[in-house]
Design a protein around this ligand. Structure first.
Ligand code: GLN
Length: 484
């Protein structure tokens, strides 16, 4: 097997026993990126020099007997997660030349284990989108079919993992941005519970919904990255003061007798046939492993997308006020201060970001606040209650990750509402703050990957990972690789 195809788990073994050097591994990935990424466009910045420097450091540390789960492991980071002295653009012209003077907590924690950064991955501008087409420096292609989108907004991370241009990557998920691209690219994506992973240094989109999480090629690798990045952080007051279990030790246990809720609202008309069939087969598979599927209801599901697009845009309109040509990035001069603001924001932001700022500003404006923002908050509470109630009776909830597989590039760019609806199955989890994973569960007749979403209780990623691992080990889907 080529080195770039190794999982973290496999690489760990051969790095630790000296059969492989971190420099060799890093070079294999960098060559792969050199050969593929002009076409796939999963990276905005490839950090070749840095990767080789970190790989040499890892080699030295290994020789000295240092051992960490991610020591010498080549990983990519979504380009809205700050990396010290490395350009972090958010795929926006307004931050084209922004070099953060500090590391996000997630990047810092990877650094403490001696990881190797391959580069910063592409995304929809400021993580606003579902296709990685709202990208200032070029769209990412789906490695399974280059005419199709990889999903978004963490499309660069998912495509890089699927095409073996890193062993794993970090993404961020505000309404589905880790799970939806993971589903479209046939890899594993986990959105942790809100508060599990520090958001310090994650460029804010919608602060009450954003979470950082791993995109990997296996469930075990997801647990390994989760172990590294989770935990309370005094730099993020919304990170939770709860114990972090060892996620790896949650794997390998049977799921006999576990109750899986199957929400009827997720199996309605409009669901793609190939997705429906794959998910139905996956539920059968879980059953054959001893789990009990139970039909449940999440009755406010149909209002989740509308509420999300009020709340997320409201928070975005406020968060993005900081890009004023003074403190960060781009500045376009004008006659006076307000003209400078106007010109900077006019030329720095793309169309979708502007649309969201306008929507959010409108929803928060004094005459409309009660009608939109407050209403949406009330809907959010109902969605939270839906999950709380469902989890009184079941251990986990199982759904398709997306209503359809990867769509063709350009198909939805002129119709924002259709684009927004692709997140219909992922958004509720962000509103409720609960964790969810997407794992490969089959292919459509057009050979496009399908994702199975497993949802857990707050801070119960361990059970989510346990069930995902049991399913993965009983199936072969995760072993398929795109032919590139
Ligand atoms: N697609 C959703 C949006 O455009 C979610 C994005 C995300 O999770 N960052 O807002």
């Amino acid at each position: 097997m080529e080195l770039y195809h190794l999982s973290i788990e496999e690489a760990r073994r051969v790095l630790d026993n000296g059969e492989l050097s971190p420099v060799e591994l890093a070079n294999s990935l960098l060559d792969r990126i050199g050969a593929l990424d002009d076409e796939i466009c999963s990276y905005i910045t490839v950090t070749k020099e840095k990767a080789l420097e970190q790989a040499r450091d890892a080699e030295k540390a290994l020789k000295e007997g240092v051992r960490h789960p991610l020591l010498g492991i080549p990983l990519a980071i979504k380009d809205n997660i700050c990396t010290k002295d490395i350009r972090t653009t958010c795929s926006s012209l307004i931050l084209e030349n922004f070099v953060p003077p500090y590391d996000s907590t997630a990047a810092k924690k990877l650094g403490e284990q001696g990881y190797v950064l391959t580069g910063k991955t592409n995304l929809d501008e400021f993580a606003m989108g579902s296709s990685t087409e709202n990208a200032a420096f070029g769209r990412t292609k789906n490695p399974w079919d280059k005419a199709r989108v990889p999903g978004g907004s963490s499309g660069g991370s998912a495509a890089a993992v699927a095409s073996s241009q890193c062993l794993a990557a970090l993404g961020s998920d505000t309404g589905g941005s880790i799970r939806q691209p993971a589903a479209f690219c046939g890899v594993v994506g986990l959105k942790p519970t809100y508060g599990r992973v520090s958001r310090y240094g994650l460029v804010a989109f919608a602060s009450s919904l954003d979470q950082i999480g791993p995109i990997t090629r296996s469930v075990r690798d997801s647990a390994i990255v989760m172990n590294a990045i989770s935990g309370n952080d005094r730099n993020d007051s919304t990170s939770a003061e709860v114990d972090v279990p060892d996620f790896s030790s949650a794997l390998g246990h049977d799921i006999k007798g576990m109750k899986f809720g199957i929400p009827r609202e997720y199996f309605r008309e409009g669901l793609d046939r190939g997705v429906e069939d794959a998910v139905a087969a996956a539920i059968k598979q879980l059953e054959s492993l001893g789990a009990h599927p139970v039909e449940i209801s999440l009755p406010h599901t149909e209002y989740a997308v509308a509420a999300y697009y009020i709340l997320a845009t409201s928070e975005a309109s406020s968060n993005l006020a900081r890009y004023d040509g003074v403190k960060y990035g781009l500045r376009v001069d004008g006659e006076d201060l307000s003209e400078m603001y106007r010109k900077t924001r006019e030329s720095g932001f793309g169309a979708e970001v502007k649309r969201r700022i306008i929507l959010g500003t409108y929803a928060l404006s004094s005459g409309y606040y009660d009608a939109y923002y407050k209403k949406a908050q009330q809907v959010r509470t109902l969605v939270v209650q839906d999950f709380n109630k469902a989890f009184e009776d079941v251990d986990l909830i199982v759904t398709p990750t997306t209503p359809a597989p990867a769509f063709k590039a350009g198909d939805k760019t002129d119709d924002p509402l259709q684009m927004y609806l692709t997140d219909i199955f992922t958004i509720s989890l962000n509103l409720a703050g609960v964790p969810g994973i997407s794992i490969p569960c089959g292919f459509t007749s057009q050979d496009l990957p399908v994702g199975l979403q497993i949802i857990g209780k707050h801070f119960d990623e361990a059970t989510v990972l346990k069930a995902a691992y049991a399913y993965e080990q009983a199936t072969e889907w995760h072993k398929r690789k795109p032919e590139i």
